[in-house]
Design a protein around this ligand. Structure first.
Ligand SMILES: Cc1ncc(COP(=O)(O)O)c(C=O)c1O
Length: 369
């Protein structure tokens, strides 16, 4: 028998890596046929009109490598953003691009900085490339720009990772905080800003990140089609970055690693116009209803800009999540993301949010005893 442990440079995973959401295990354990996934921030509203049709039509070209669809995607995203195609580079999900960026910038021993409370993958992807990951403390569950900068200077970090709106908290940096970070960031450190959830934010409330890229600042922006656009299963994201960096990213990623159906679906999302605006309103309305219901039930929801709400619940988060799971509602216990005593709940359509609030209210009062 081959001893894989002596050959592979990574330790064996502790959990089944193909069931990280735990859905199969939960269904089996609780004897449930169906569960509602409110624990992964997927889009419970579904894709925008016309998007799946565009993906289906593109299947006709599945015999070809996606050279033309890559070009068309980059052109169309650039026109949508108001920039040049050279600054746009797709990947099969933001996750793939996080890995590509880590490979592009890091040698073993290089330092990177991540906020203490943020999406786990930045640290994991950098550590897998041999980098040393330093956590910067957050303050009252918010990213603390001063602490990030201090840690960058102290460790002479090469990358600082930011998630805005942040996961798992759901809040955003203030314009002044972003401007200060940009102003103070050493030229030897790249700010990678993951905007996976930014499409939920009203256009006028977004921060001018493209301008920073176009001014030649050391900034890379990541966008995803998994969240607002509801295409998590097709795997599609892109970077907005200086063209000179984009060319190097293209050397790191496998050639044409995004498929033609995903690229066509992504382009259709960008043409959705009013439907996207309407969707933003629907999500905001359902999010307000969820937050108000949680508050009425005795929890303390945080201000939320994305498609999830994080709330301090005043009872044991794993017990509460288990109780909701018994009713087929999967929510994320805060203990999973370093926040015991909190839960994170994905926003879905209003009738579903009413069901969640009712189940949460009962479960919380039962646990409060
Ligand atoms: C902050 C953040 N970035 C990226 C991702 C993954 O994005 P994608 O599906 O585009 O790989 C997630 C998924 O939960 C996320 O929360």
């Amino acid at each position: 028998m081959t001893d894989w442990s002596s050959l592979v440079v990574l330790p064996a995973p502790e959990h089944d890596p193909f069931d990280i959401g735990g859905v199969a295990e939960i269904k089996q354990r609780l004897g449930l046929d169906e569960v509602v996934k409110l624990h992964w921030n997927e889009n419970l509203f579904g894709p925008l009109p016309g998007v799946l049709e565009a993906a289906r039509e593109e299947l006709e070209h599945a015999w070809m490598y996606p050279e033309e669809t890559y070009r068309a995607f980059r052109d169309e995203v650039a026109a949508f953003l108001g920039t040049t195609p050279g600054r746009v580079f797709p990947g099969h999900g933001t996750q793939a691009l996080i890995g590509a960026l880590a490979t592009t910038f890091l040698r073993p021993g290089d330092r990177v900085v991540v906020p203490q409370l943020t999406y786990y993958l930045y640290g994991t992807a950098c550590a897998a490339r041999g980098a040393v990951v330093h956590e910067a403390p957050t303050r009252e569950l918010r990213i603390d720009v001063e602490a990030l900068l201090d840690t960058v200077r102290r460790t002479r970090a090469k990358i600082v990772w930011l998630c805005d709106p942040n996961n798992p908290t759901g809040d955003m940096l203030e314009p002044g905080e972003w401007a200060y970070l940009l102003d103070q960031l050493p030229g030897s450190c790249v700010a990678v800003v993951d905007e996976a959830y930014v499409d939920f934010v009203a256009l006028e409330a977004r921060l001018p990140r493209l301008a920073a890229v176009e001014e030649g600042r050391p900034v890379v922006v990541l966008r995803s089609f998994s969240k607002f656009f509801g295409l998590a299963g097709l795997r599609l994201g892109y970077t907005i970055a200086d063209a000179a960096l984009t060319d190097r990213l293209a050397l790191v990623e496998e050639p044409y690693n995004v498929n033609c159906a995903a690229l066509a679906a992504g382009r259709a999302c960008l043409r959705a116009g009013d439907a996207a605006e309407e969707r933003r309103r629907e999500v905001a309305e359902a999010r307000e209803l969820l937050a108000a219901g949680l508050r009425d039930a005795g929890a303390e929801p945080l201000p939320a800009a994305a498609n999830f709400v994080l709330a301090r619940i005043g009872v044991d988060d794993r017990m509460l999540a288990d109780e909701l799971a018994r009713q087929g509602l999967l929510v994320r216990p805060g203990s999973d993301v370093g926040l015991p005593g909190y839960v994170r709940i994905t926003v879905g359509p209003v009738p579903l949010m009413r069901r969640v609030v009712a189940a949460f209210t009962d479960a919380r009062s039962a646990l409060e005893g």
